[in-house]
Design a protein around this ligand. Structure first.
Ligand SMILES: [Ca+2]
Length: 474
């Protein structure tokens, strides 16, 4: 490629190479016929095995366009111009274009429903039960919870404001098998590739044999009043002492509604199930969630070196991994760690170019108002210690055997970000809510980047690709 127009600032330039054999890069400065008082200078060369941003490439053919632009993800990043792209820590925000949003609506993600049960109309959800008291809109329950989730305070103050409402289905009376149903309105699908995420908080103060079942009812057409019911998730077992975040991927292909069923088990109960802050959106659910209750107390009472691990989880392709967090006295540190799993012999090693994202969740009840702390990296299969150990290699080969409360497996290197957020930042928004912190992560295939050079002071980057960011390991 050729560069001609003189500049008054250093300019960022991307050049896609598409090499298929071993290669070298050469820079040639060739004097033209005109007079010159200066020269060409270059600095901060980065060469990486990633795709270049789109706007520097020739686009041979565009997709046929639809208007209003339907459900495309746009990410705007204010670029950290650290010369080494592996050390960049850019600030980034995303939205999904919603073709149904009118100009007086500032919704920013593909969105269907939020309900914190603050209004008596309870967001037009309907409830029925054949026996028992069914779902009730309440402010507290004697068996717990004492407060709703929406108005739980930030920080480590466990005392709620006590003003909010939630939905509760008691299992304290009645017979085994009694059930209470709560159903949303019928939702219509807007996008061709269906992927919806139901998110809500629940509190379980019943017997461990009681169940909260989450059903999805899909309808063939407008005339279909019965639909087809599918069980999407079941919560049962040990009661909780905090509101718990739950994600349920739905993947509906037809118009649908969500139904929450509380079914009484054989044991005695002094409470039941409660739900609050339901969000239903046309996005993929995060793959892995780690909730740490009484988080600030943990910070105040344990050694900083104590690392908390999530349970092992599988990516869609079958890579097993877990996330971990710790606090160094000033900053929160997040790690991702490949671990051995059931599909290791069918996978490519070292794990090539998969995007891993970890997020410390802003627990604002309405997901449209959240400003979460997020970091991503791309697994580089060539990254090694110089002595033949590849950091993203099969954990059975390079890892050590560990046992957590569920399983025994091999764990590879912990690779992470040492400044996810400061304690001050964590306390400033709703990262701690009722004393709980929540971390989510995803692990997926390579995605595509778009970069727009805007001015020489700020570089605005639209990207869906994140470069390896400040990795380190112990
Ligand atoms: Ca509420």
């Amino acid at each position: 490629m050729g560069l001609r127009t003189p500049t008054s600032h250093w300019q960022l330039q991307h050049v896609p190479l598409n090499a298929t054999k071993n290669f070298q890069v050469e820079f040639e400065v060739r004097k033209g016929p005109g007079n010159s008082k200066g020269s060409f200078s270059i600095d901060d060369i980065n060469l990486s095995e990633t795709e270049c941003p789109h706007l520097t490439m020739q686009m041979d053919e565009f997709e046929k366009l639809e208007w209003p632009c339907p459900y495309r993800q746009v990410t705007v990043k204010m670029l950290d111009q650290n010369p080494n792209i592996q050390l960049q820590m850019s600030k980034e925000r995303s939205l999904t274009t919603d073709p149904n949003v009118a100009s007086n609506d500032d919704s920013s993600i593909a969105f269907k429903m939020y309900c914190g049960f603050s209004e008596e109309t309870i967001c037009d959800v309907s409830r029925y039960s054949r026996t028992g008291t069914g779902w009730e809109r309440v402010q507290h329950v004697s068996g717990g919870p004492t407060f709703d989730h929406t108005s739980l305070p930030n920080g480590n103050n466990d005392q709620g404001q006590g003003s909010g409402h939630f939905m509760h289905a008691s299992t304290a009376s009645g017979q085994e098998g009694d059930s209470a149903w709560l159903q949303t309105q019928r939702m219509s699908l807007n996008r061709e590739c269906p992927s919806q995420c139901l998110q809500f908080y629940y509190y379980h103060s019943g017997n461990q044999s009681d169940q909260l079942n989450i059903w999805m009812r899909e309808f063939q057409d407008e005339q279909d009043s019965t639909g087809t019911l599918r069980l999407m998730a079941q919560i049962t077992g040990t009661p909780t002492s905090h509101w718990q975040l739950q994600h349920v991927p739905l993947n509906a292909t037809k118009n649908f509604q969500v139904e929450f069923e509380v079914r009484k088990g054989p044991g005695n109960s002094t409470g039941g199930f409660s739900i609050d802050d339901i969000n239903l959106s046309e996005t993929e659910c995060p793959h892995l969630t780690m909730q740490m209750d009484e988080f600030e107390k943990v910070l105040n009472t344990t050694e900083f070196s104590a690392i908390k691990y999530s349970r092992r989880q599988y990516s869609r392709e079958g890579y097993a991994y877990r996330i971990a967090t710790t606090f160094d006295g000033e900053f929160f540190i997040m790690y991702v760690q490949l671990v051995s799993g059931d599909y290791d012999d069918q996978l490519e090693w070292p794990c090539p170019y998969r995007q891993v994202t970890v997020k410390m969740l802003d627990q604002n009840p309405n997901i449209q108002l959240q400003m979460s702390k997020e970091r991503s990296l791309t697994t580089d299969p060539n990254w090694n210690d110089g002595n033949g150990t590849y950091y993203w290699d099969n954990p059975r080969k390079i890892g050590t055997e560990v046992t957590d409360e569920y399983d025994t497996f091999f764990a590879g290197f912990r690779i992470g970000w040492n400044n996810l957020a400061s304690l001050e930042e964590i306390q400033s928004r709703e990262f701690l809510k009722g004393g709980s912190a929540i971390f989510v992560s995803s692990f997926q295939g390579r995605t595509i980047a778009l970069i727009v050079k805007f001015t020489s002071v700020f570089t605005i980057v639209e990207t869906m690709l994140n470069n390896l960011t400040d990795p380190f390991f112990f």
